[in-house]
Design a protein around this ligand. Structure first.
Ligand SMILES: Nc1nc2c(c(=O)[nH]1)N[C@H]1C(S)=C(S)[C@@H](COP(=O)(O)OP(=O)(O)OC[C@H]3O[C@@H](n4cnc5c(N)ncnc54)[C@H](O)[C@@H]3O)O[C@H]1N2
Ligand code: MOO
Length: 395
């Protein structure tokens, strides 16, 4: 059995971006840039006022009070065409171009008006309140690097650079196959003998979407090899990535891998020495990636977080390792020694500390509500005491 680090390395290696496409700026939230954002304009495009007030000449403020004739108005979007000559000034508003001749703005709070004369009694101080042309960025500047996932902050810079569209990585499409005769759609299990609600695919789909996938379909399959083979063949035509849940272990009806065998499944790994989630597997079929997650809900989500998240991140154009940012945090309770499988203890964050959850059952669903951290415990690690710093990952 391979270690978690070995499995993560195989995932990183397999998770290559799928190509690029040009997408309108209004539709690229959370997409990964394939080419840097290069500014098409200067920002600001000319010297502009930073305040509402009067555009004046500094030299006119040498003798105070200064009485300056207001000869025009400059608004954002429609500047004053004329110039400011000695003894005159122009009304100006935030974002408006500074007229020729003016070299500073005086805020209106310190200016008294008498008809068309602006009176400045005291020197308004050093601040000129002018934003110089190109002081934020200049035409040709690179504002956002390739490989960045576009969030609300980067979207402002990209649109501010005057780009109507940007080149981003293609989103990987994913299809989720949930296997198990016992599974019933949520809302239909009560009263059905032997049935339990199919829950795992909802979490796995959401996690895959969080990391950049476009989930086409979630399909429930019975434990019937013939039907599963047909579904596998169809899925391989529809998605870049197929995630199979359940049927990963050694039970008589565990067909998750078998359903892809007649399509030429090449296993990249099968079983990882981790707890929970040992039966997790990854394969390649007809150029597509297939990841198998164990059916137990906590096992499925822990393995999805540890191995599916970096896989989807890499296919989306991010560094796969960016999905595995471990940090240290102190324990609020002790942990027992770790066995021979690397263990990912479900825990919750309490301020900056970590509290392991009471249940560590790999089939738990309720515990998932509060467990927002995984604590990484190396094989054979001795018990860890309260206050000891341990490695944690957001879950
Ligand atoms: N003899 C052995 N038995 C088991 C081993 C082993 O090594 N030897 N491994 C155990 C481990 S570890 C795990 S984890 C489970 C995983 O088994 P499978 O992936 O084959 O999962 P299933 O048997 O299909 O289901 C397990 C459990 O989870 C429920 N389930 C499945 N899918 C869903 C779903 N979509 N939504 C909600 N619940 C689901 C299912 O009903 C079962 O209760 O195997 C151990 N056994
Ligand atoms: O790995 Mo299984 O996931 O321990 O129950």
């Amino acid at each position: 059995m391979i270690s978690f680090d070995q499995a993560a390395a195989i995932v990183s290696n397999a998770a290559r971006p799928l190509g690029n496409e040009r997408v309108p700026i209004g539709e690229v939230h959370r997409r990964v840039l394939a080419e840097p954002v290069i500014a098409r304009v200067n920002s600001p495009p000319s010297d502009v006022s930073a305040m509402d007030g009067y555009a004046v000449r500094e030299e006119d403020l040498r003798q105070l009070p200064a009485r300056l004739r207001v000869i025009g108005e400059s608004f954002a979007g429609s500047g004053f065409g004329g110039g400011v000559s000695p003894g005159s000034c122009a009304r100006i508003f935030t974002g408006a171009p500074v007229p020729k001749g003016a070299d500073r703005v005086v805020i209106q709070e310190v200016v008294r008006r008498e008809d068309d004369v602006a009176i400045i009694g005291e020197h308004p101080g050093a601040a000129k309140h002018i934003r110089v042309r190109g002081s934020d960025f200049q035409k040709g500047d690179s504002l956002v690097e390739a490989g960045t996932r576009l969030g609300y902050r980067q979207l402002v810079a990209a649109a501010g650079a005057d780009l109507s569209d940007v080149v981003v990585r293609r989103r990987p499409t994913a299809l989720i196959l949930g296997t198990g005769d016992e599974l019933a759609a949520p809302g239909s299990a009560a009263g059905k003998p032997g049935a339990i609600p199919e829950s795992v695919s909802f979490g796995v789909a959401a996690l895959a979407e969080d990391w950049g996938a476009l989930v086409n379909e979630r399909i429930h399959l019975p434990d019937d090899l013939k039907a599963m083979e047909l579904a596998a063949a169809r899925a391989l035509k529809l998605a870049d990535l197929i995630v199979v849940t359940g049927g990963a272990s050694v039970g008589e009806k565990d067909f998750a891998k078998a359903m892809f065998e007649n399509q030429g499944l090449e296993l990249l790994f099968s079983k990882v020495a981790i707890k929970p989630g040992k039966p997790v597997w990854l394969g390649r079929v007809k150029g597509k990636l297939v990841m198998g997650l164990p059916g137990n809900p906590t096992s499925a989500l822990v393995t999805a977080r540890l191995l599916l998240a970096p896989l989807v991140a890499g296919l989306s154009g991010l560094d796969p390792q960016s999905a595995l940012r471990w940090r240290k945090a102190p324990l609020l309770a002790s942990l027992p020694a770790c066995g021979d499988r690397e263990t990912f203890v479900r825990a919750r964050a309490v301020h900056e500390s970590v509290e392991p959850t009471a249940s560590q059952d790999s089939s738990a669903q309720k515990t998932l509500v509060e467990a927002n951290l995984l604590v990484r415990r190396r094989p054979g690690a001795p018990s860890a005491e309260t206050g000891e710093a341990v490695w944690v990952l957001d879950f």
